[in-house]
Write a protein that binds this ligand. Structure first.
Ligand code: G16
Length: 549
């Protein structure tokens, strides 16, 4: 391996916990701040990618950016020096270190980069006592597949040195190009690639007309990185009123909140949208701008319904006018999308949780739209979920139909019936107890068919395995499913994005042809029956979920 003459090797010892989860390596910030911790992980990625990319890094571009959380700036300087020492030809870094996750996904293929390093823990809180994360995205713009993340981890277990330069910090606050060792470093406008991609999808003239007609949007950026993008697109380009975007300034600690767009963490938006003179559409994005929540006046849209409704109305968006190649959802996501896919005669794919699984389908031309229950929706315009894209879809649907949000959703239920869906999270569980609970449940699965469950019977129970139709790779143990004889479904799995203990997610879905039944009354008996079946109290000492969305 040839490195630039000024590269300094630094001796290091492996850490045993650098195992990437659902979406890169996420840990407490102080763990990342340990000596050589970040450096070890970055060098492991570089070692694997050097082998993968064969010809070395001299002619290669790497993009670096993040959601602006605490430790981003320090990490970016560390990575710039290490990338230069590892011989990259060109480095592109978002101004002030900012790049939203979808903007990174847009920039990588447009700039023919080898890949990108994203510094984010997404919707997790930020700060020295909160969370930090590093994610590597490949040349298609999407998260590295499990084949690669597994190799990153193996590499971390045997690492003995990393390479850096002894140079001062670079000024990344101004757009321009400079040289670091032999590497060209350009500070780029973090908005440009993304805004251009979005302009190629939607009918901007129709949306300008919508706002000229007095339409009101309220967008909560939750002090994450979506603020600057939202101000550019909604206020400056589409003509939405100043103040449409609130909490728009990215902050290192997101103002002390979890930047997670759901009814619990974005309760302020829900409250504002409940007012008598509330705007027509409310929306929020998470820290790195890939998740979204959609709210009408006094009306919450569940992520599974939002995905199904976007698919149903895709024809009103120029990019999707000629039809959909296919649609996809993660396994725990509600089956509302399945019903739309059947009606539209479009193939539906069911994947494990994690956006990386959609990327393969899209690269192979098998899927146009996809989404997850965890407030993520997206399309093949980039290989990440995209919060602002989802808001643009809803603006397009409202402009095209002339209906209110509530009306669009209720009309959807009338046509397709409704999946009453709820997710209950039991956070920071003791790992041994929770793992034992799942082991016992796993043993019970084959014998569950026919057993009673609340007021219905279990039809079958299994553990979800996925064989990727494109590369044949198999992902096992992706969640336990209990199918009930009234068409309902219970799913449970461990989160792959938590940073303390184990988070158990319990997904409850009940189908009814009518759309106006009370959600809680329908799902509560299922939640109780699921807790009894799993023995959550016995194994984990918990009666109640910490977060219900
Ligand atoms: C990540 C993944 C998503 C996944 C979510 C929750 O989102 O990209 O595909 O649905 O985590 O995963 P889990 O249930 O394993 O915690 P993000 O927005 O955190 O990057």
């Amino acid at each position: 391996m040839e490195l630039p003459g000024n590269a300094v090797p630094i001796k290091t010892n492996p850490y045993s916990d650098q195992h990437p989860g659902t979406s890169g390596l996420r840990k407490k910030t102080r763990i990342f701040m340990q000596p050589h911790y970040l450096e070890n992980y970055i060098q492991s990625i570089f070692n694997v990618m050097r082998e993968e990319s064969k010809g070395g890094f001299e002619k290669r571009t790497l993009i670096i950016g993040g959601d602006g959380r605490f430790y981003n700036r320090t990490a970016i300087q560390v990575i710039l020096r290490m990338a230069a020492a590892n011989g990259f030809g060109r480095l592109l870094v978002g101004r002030d270190g900012y790049l939203s996750t979808p903007a990174m996904a847009a920039a990588i293929p447009r700039r023919s980069a080898l890949g990108g390093l994203l510094l984010t823990a997404s919707h997790n809180p930020g700060g020295i006592d909160a969370d930090f994360g590093v994610k590597y995205n490949t040349g298609n713009g999407g998260p590295a597949p499990e084949r690669l993340t597994g190799r990153f981890h193996t590499e971390t277990t045997k690492l003995s040195q990393y390479f850096t330069l002894q140079t001062p910090d670079l000024d990344i606050g101004r757009i321009g190009t400079t040289v670091l060792g032999k590497t060209e470093v350009s500070v780029i406008d973090p908005l440009q690639d993304y805004v251009e991609v979005i302009q190629g999808i939607f009918d901007f003239e129709a949306l300008r007309r919508l706002f000229r007609g007095g339409f009101r949007l309220l967008f909560d950026a939750m002090h994450g990185v979506s603020g600057p993008y939202a101000e550019e697109i909604f206020e400056r380009t589409l003509g939405a009123a100043p103040g449409t975007v609130y909490r728009g300034e990215p902050l290192e600690d997101f103002g002390g909140h979890h930047p997670d767009p759901n009814q619990v963490q974005a309760a302020d938006l829900i409250r504002r949208m409940g007012a008598a003179d509330a705007p027509d559409l409310g929306a929020a994005c998470d820290g790195d701008a890939d998740r979204n929540m959609i709210v009408g006046r006094g009306f919450f849209v569940s992520p599974g319904d939002s995905l199904a409704i976007i698919a149903q109305h895709a024809g009103c968006i120029p990019r999707y006018r000629d039809g959909l190649a296919g649609v996809a959802r993660s396994m725990p996501t509600s089956t509302a999308l399945d019903r739309v896919a059947r009606k539209m005669r479009v193939r539906l794919h069911e994947t494990p949780t994690g956006w990386k699984f959609f990327g393969n389908l899209m690269d192979a031309g098998l899927c146009t739209l996809c989404g997850e229950e965890s407030f993520g929706t997206g399309s093949d315009h980039v290989r990440e979920k995209d919060g602002l894209w989802a808001v643009m879809c809803w603006l397009s649907i409202l402009a095209h139909t002339g209906k209110r949000v509530e009306q669009v959703v209720k009309d959807h239920w009338r046509l397709f019936g409704r999946s009453y869906f709820q997710r209950r999270d039991f956070e920071a569980l003791d790992s041994a107890g929770a793992t034992h609970m799942i082991e016992i449940l796993r043993e019970k699965l084959p014998g569950l068919a026919g057993a009673g469950f609340a007021d219905v019977r279990i039809e079958k129970a299994d553990e979800f395995s996925y064989e990727d139709p494109v590369d044949g790779s198999v992902s096992r143990r992706q969640g336990i499913r209990v199918f009930l004889d009234d068409g309902s479904r219970i799913v449970c799995r461990f989160s792959g994005t938590g940073t303390s203990g184990v988070t158990l997610r319990l997904y409850l879905e009940r189908y009814r042809a009518e759309g106006d039944l009370p959600l809680d009354t329908l799902v509560e008996p299922f939640a109780r029956a699921a807790s009894e079946l799993m023995k959550v109290r016995e194994f984990c000492g918990r009666d109640r979920a910490d977060v219900v969305t």
